[in-house]
Design a protein around this ligand. Structure first.
Ligand SMILES: [Zn+2]
Length: 66
């Protein structure tokens, strides 16, 4: 069982690409993190973030979902 469910991964990555908010990025100065079952990963280094705000995970960030 991963850190994030499939639905959460979908919502997080939609958030990351939405352009509606600043995306979650790598603290080492790299680009946008990518949600996977193992957490949010940096495409350019070993950084891994294992949490994300509930309102991003559950889709509440997207006012069109309400
Ligand atoms: Zn990085």
């Amino acid at each position: 069982m991963g850190i994030f469910s499939d639905d959460e991964i979908t919502e997080i990555n939609r958030y990351q690409r939405s352009g509606m908010y600043h995306p979650l990025t790598c603290p080492n100065g790299h680009g946008t993190l990518v949600a996977t079952p193992d957490g949010l990963l940096c495409p350019e280094c070993e950084y891994r973030q294992t949490w994300v705000h509930a309102w991003i995970r559950n889709g509440n960030w997207d006012v069109r979902n309400r």
